[in-house]
Design a protein around this ligand. Sequence first.
Ligand code: TZP
Ligand code: MG
Length: 229
Amino acid sequence: MPKPSVNYGVYLVTDSTPAILGSRDLCAVVEASLRGGVTVLQYRDKLSSRDEAVATARKLHAIARRFDVPLLINDRVDVAVEVGCEGVHIGQDDMAYTEARTLLGPDKIIGVTASSTQEALRACEAGADYLGLGTVLATSTKKDTKSIIGPAGVRAILADLAAAGHGAVPTVCIGGVGTSNAGPVVAACRAPAKALDGVAVVSAIVAAPDPAAAARDLLAQVTVAMIPQ
Ligand code: TZP
Ligand code: MG
């Protein structure tokens, strides 16, 4: 199946830990967020066994398909292969892009995290389908964030990508983005020749009292902020 064209506007990254999800059901939260307008879904789960992760990924895939939204798997390329979902997201310390591409084939989406121009250029040159840039703002969701680069750091990477001829590679920022700041963050990250394509969020949706309303709010803010002023 050919690679789907993806709207990266509101990219939900899941978290199943009690601190974020609480006692709620992950599938119910995801389904509500998709109703609200989430455009890409990433299943991120550092705790479950492989079998548990495959089972959850299958459920999420069935839900996401109803909304025509791609499901990507964080880190676990083998899980993505087994489930047959749309792709993976890999960090700098995960499987190398080329190895993931070999396992997934040419038609799956592979996104890469980058927190510097060097990492972003390397990922683009390897063939990454999109980049997750950050950590943009401080967050308590991910404890091992290496560097908080701020909107200025994201803006510099976007400018460097455009200058190097990678202006068409989609980008989202991640870390500390929510309904209180999504529009201003997207605007502050904009470089003259390249803007973000969306925001990736965890707690803003997974921990929200109303995940559908949170997704709707984020989509509205991102849509407005992406219009050049
Ligand atoms: N990668 C960089 S920051 C982060 C990840 C997975 C967590 C972002 O969580 P939140 O709750 O949206 O700040
Ligand atoms: Mg990772």
